[in-house]
Write a protein that binds this ligand. Structure first.
Ligand SMILES: Nc1ncnc2c1ncn2[C@@H]1O[C@H](COP(=O)(O)OP(=O)(O)O)[C@@H](O)[C@H]1O
Ligand SMILES: [Mg+2]
Length: 326
């Protein structure tokens, strides 16, 4: 049974994609997410960070069952939703996509985009009620009734992302996967949009999985942060703890990479600069997947996968050499 303090929980979540063009007898797969477990408490924001390609989007989409999991379990509010009909849960669990340009149908007006979400879940009692709801949710995200008649291309990137957020909010969700919702936006408006997510959370009691490749974006908005590397979760802790007392060499390298704009964070951590590229998730390294880029790696790391351990209360990490690293 799932732990009831979590609104959303995944246990040993696995998502393997078949490799296009691989021969039947080879059965090559991309191990995009491999045995990942975490929970998100009601009302909290769990940040999820890691380099591009490490499996963040796949984790977010699989826990919404936009992709069917290869294995593992998914729980929402105490219910095992791994195999159920998702329609009732689609209303409760929404997503805001990374790319506000690609995620809005260019042939639909903003009013229709939001109205469609309302219709799918039969949330409007009448035409007038539907229109009122559309206008109300537009105002929630800082747009107005005139915007309802316009098309996505008439908006700036930041406004388009507000439309994407309005579409998610229109069905009164409890949980939103925010998949790098500000990565495609100008730096100058990223903070505005992040602040809006925070305000919406306070007002509506929302729970977020907030994905970013950059730790500096999530550390303010997140209560806790999980770090992924090549399909695995390598460290998970309270946001402050993770920022100032990370124990995993990969997390330390991410923190080292935060530019001088945030000198406090980078100064307190031992500097680790990674060399080389992330290996392929089709053929990940044996043992610890991070070992090929880890300055502390030895034979043990090649031979055996490190255990996911609680290193202090609520602080988890998977590394054979925590003593050496810290
Ligand atoms: N639909 C898919 N089919 C096949 N491979 C995929 C698919 N989606 C993602 N991948 C692969 O899975 C890995 C993780 O991708 P993704 O979850 O998008 O990472 P992130 O969001 O962290 O950048 C990558 O190697 C990516 O190429
Ligand atoms: Mg992604």
């Amino acid at each position: 049974m799932m732990d009831n303090k979590y609104l959303v929980e995944v246990q040993n979540l696995q998502q393997y994609f078949p490799v296009a063009g691989s021969k039947l007898f080879e059965k090559k797969v991309v191990k995009a997410v491999d045995n990942v477990s975490f929970g998100i408490k009601k009302g909290e924001t769990l940040g999820l960070v890691g380099e591009s390609g490490c499996g963040k989007t796949t984790t977010g989409r699989t826990l919404l069952r936009l992709y069917e999991p290869t294995s593992g379990k998914i729980f929402f509010d105490g219910q095992d939703i791994t195999k159920v009909n998702m329609l009732p849960y689609r209303q409760k669990m929404q997503i805001v996509f990374q790319d506000p340009y690609a995620s809005l149908d260019p042939r639909m007006t903003v009013g229709d985009i939001i109205g469609e979400a309302i219709d799918i879940h039969h949330l409007a009692a009448s035409k007038k009620d539907r229109q009122d709801q559309i206008i109300s949710v537009l105002s929630t995200v800082g747009l107005n009734s005139e915007h309802a008649n316009r098309y996505p291309h008439e908006f700036s990137g930041g406004q388009r992302q507000r439309v994407g957020i309005a579409r998610a909010l229109a069905v009164n969700p409890q949980f939103i996967v925010c998949d790098e919702p500000v990565s495609a936006l100008d730096v100058s408006i990223q903070a505005q949009v992040v602040n809006m997510f925070e305000k919406l959370q306070e007002e509506m009691g929302l729970t977020y999985l907030f994905i970013a490749h950059d730790l500096s974006i999530v550390k303010h908005i997140s209560n806790r942060i999980g770090v992924m590397y090549l399909g695995k979760m390598v460290e998970l802790a309270d946001s402050y703890e993770l920022t100032f007392h990370s124990v995993h060499p990969y997390t330390k390298s991410l923190i080292s990479a935060i530019p001088i704009a945030d000198p406090e964070t980078s100064r307190k951590s031992k500097r680790i600069v990674l060399e080389g590229d992330v290996p392929s998730p089709v053929n990940p390294p044996s043992g610890c997947r991070f070992r090929t880029r880890c300055p502390y790696a030895d034979e043990l790391c090649a031979a055996q996968e490190p255990e996911w351990k609680e290193v202090s209360t609520g602080h988890y990490a998977a590394c054979h050499h925590l003593d050496k690293v810290n």
